[in-house]
Design a protein around this ligand. Structure first.
Ligand SMILES: *Cc1c(COP(=O)(O)O)cnc(C)c1O
Length: 357
């Protein structure tokens, strides 16, 4: 059997969820969109269900997958509905729904729903992606209430730059939010992972941690709260071949690596078809037999090469960690010019094994 595996530590997932709660004293929706950032939405949600105040997903397809698995906790649709026809299912399955645009508000006004909805009314406080304009926000709130189709409204917004700990933008977004929500007596939700970890004074009755649940820091710099996270996914495989090359020999497609000294090269069963980033360059850290070494040459579809010159004990069958508790996914991501969010979401073909149930 091919040894490429993603080991998912559900104990670490629960630890990270509890940390989000502990840091904020708020209720927390565990964000499990995009198959829980590649970690498996159903398994992650089941592991969190007794602890979690609820879950957040991108769309109704993802929510119905959780309901089909027996998850009864609240599930919020972060983009609401894409077509008005989804509203019947939203009511039937008791899903919570973001309203981010006026067309959605109009659709709710026009549609007959049989159960009153829990809606999260999103304000555009500066990210300028989705959300109701601050000047229209009171009016939108009143229209939802007047529609008679709503049992509860939570006020929400989303930060564009909370991962930049010294940027003014986050405080400015909070100020826009606070000014525009004046007089609306409702709960609010502002904080995503970087704001949970790095912006302790922002008031948010509900928080929406995503990446931090999976143990990756949203920051590029060291940060005290983020250092308490535990990585959930370990991407691992084994050495399947070893060869000795003299100096001056190329390795892999395009001969982008040429040995500068006699080099012991190991081949790992892992490639970009598994989601390992093809753009990870020579020098990207990899752990072989418990020792840190580096990727060499181009990543291929099913294999990649590592330098074993300083790991003489490594042989065919030696265990390899591509990322996990020893090599952080964020470090691999940074080398490849991307972020941990994306390398987690890109995971494919690799079977997932779960521990810490
Ligand atoms: C994805 C998402 C989150 C979670 O973001 P993280 O940075 O992963 O914590 C929170 N809120 C909204 C609206 C989202 O789309």
């Amino acid at each position: 059997m091919r040894p490429a595996r993603a080991l998912i530590d559900l104990q670490a997932l629960r630890h990270n969820y509890r940390l989000a709660r502990e840091l904020t004293g708020a209720k927390a929706l565990a964000v499990v969109k995009a198959d829980a950032y590649g970690h498996g939405a159903v398994r992650c949600a089941l592991a969190l269900e007794t602890a979690a105040d609820g879950f957040a997903v991108a769309c109704i397809e993802e929510a119905l997958e959780l309901r089909a698995a027996g998850i009864k906790a609240p599930v919020l649709l972060l983009e609401g509905f894409f077509e008005a026809s989804e509203l019947a299912l939203i009511a039937e399955h008791d899903l919570w729904c973001v309203v981010h645009s006026l067309w959605q508000l109009e659709a709710i006004e026009k549609t007959a729903v049989h159960q009153p909805l829990t809606l999260w009314l999103k304000m555009d406080t500066g990210m300028h992606r989705v959300g109701i304009h601050p000047k229209d926000y009171h009016d939108a709130y009143q229209r939802l209430l007047a529609s008679g189709k709503v049992s509860r409204i939570v006020l929400m917004s989303h930060f564009a730059r909370a991962d930049e700990l010294d940027a003014e933008a986050t405080a400015q977004q909070v100020a826009v939010f606070e000014a525009a929500r004046q007089g609306l007596a409702a709960e609010c939700s502002l904080r995503n992972s970087p704001a949970v970890l790095g912006w302790p004074t922002i008031k948010s009755d509900w928080v929406r941690p995503g990446i931090m649940l999976y143990g990756a820091s949203p920051f590029e710099v060291e940060q005290a709260a983020a250092s308490r996270l535990q990585p959930v996914m370990t991407l691992q495989s084994r050495i399947i071949s070893v060869r000795e090359l003299p100096a001056g020999e190329p390795v892999g497609y395009g001969a982008t690596f040429i040995s500068q000294r006699p080099t012991r090269v190991g081949v790992v069963a892992m490639g970009y078809a598994d989601g390992y980033p093809r753009h990870a360059p020579t020098g990207t850290p990899i752990v072989v037999a418990g020792k840190r070494t580096q990727l060499i040459g181009r990543v291929s579809m099913d294999m990649l090469c590592v330098d074993l010159t300083e790991v003489p004990e490594a042989t065919v069958g030696s265990p390899v960690e591509l990322w996990g508790k020893q090599v952080l996914a964020s470090d691999v991501a940074m080398q490849a010019g991307t972020i941990a969010y994306q390398i987690f979401c890109n995971l494919k073909r690799v079977p997932r094994d779960y521990i810490g149930e």
